[in-house]
Design a protein around this ligand. Sequence first.
Ligand SMILES: Nc1ncnc2c1ncn2[C@@H]1O[C@H](COP(=O)(O)OP(=O)(O)O)[C@@H](O)[C@H]1O
Ligand SMILES: [Mg+2]
Length: 270
Amino acid sequence: MTEPLVSVEGLVKRFYLKGQNYVGAVNGISFEIGRGETLGLVGESGSGKTTVGRCLLRLVEPTSGRIRFEGSDISRLTMRELKPLRSHLQMVFQDPFASLNPRRTVRQTVEEPLALQRDAPAGTWLRIATEMLERVGLGPQYLNRLPIELTASEQQRVGIARALITSPKLVVLDEPTSTLDPTVREDILGLLRSLQTSMSVAYLFISHDIMAVERLCHRVAVIYLGHIVEQAPTAAIMSDPRHPYTRALMSAVLSPDPTHRLPRNPFNYP
Ligand SMILES: Nc1ncnc2c1ncn2[C@@H]1O[C@H](COP(=O)(O)OP(=O)(O)O)[C@@H](O)[C@H]1O
Ligand SMILES: [Mg+2]
């Protein structure tokens, strides 16, 4: 078997509060992501999804466990050792407006990863940024705009352009459509799919929306209180969910009643 792009083994993240008290956000999870593949990570709010994504990019420090990227363990690298890998590991955030610097223009925002990467000479950044914006459906008239002058969909397109401009191998998409209108959501999911094909990028797609997951993901891992309870190809999960939590999650997502909540820890995870 060929080596996966990302391989996570026994990942644990505890947030320490006062003294010895801690929140066990991620409680020993393992998964792999192949090159150019999309793995969906689904679960309710508070189940640990964002923490997993942030650990993969070392935006938070894992408590224990291994994270291999192209075979080498990145979980113990210093920030300096990690720097050359940064352009290959990117993230698109849940709230597009909050994730953009309000004082920076679209051009400055999208060019910034090129400046950090220092591979391309500064004289080429404008051309590369213009081309990347074009790929996310934004013309050159957007270059000098500020985030506040953009619609939510345009803001998220800028976030996607920024994440993809250095041709990363992995992008963590943290609920990238959850704050968008349903009509716009479809466009963004379609865009993410077509960019994946043209740029051969792998995604970790974090979501609580099973329907979005079905559209985008090759495989799905279901996370519950920091544990992965089920992991399978998308079609198998959709047609034959094995774990009772997966079934409950699917029925909750499909329920028209937004007050429908799952009971807390019905399966007695620690
Ligand atoms: N910086 C933090 N400090 C303390 N607890 C945190 C922190 N970040 C997340 N948590 C807790 O970890 C758990 C998982 O959070 P999170 O990864 O954000 O879940 P999700 O993205 O699935 O909603 C939650 O109980 C949350 O309150
Ligand atoms: Mg989250």
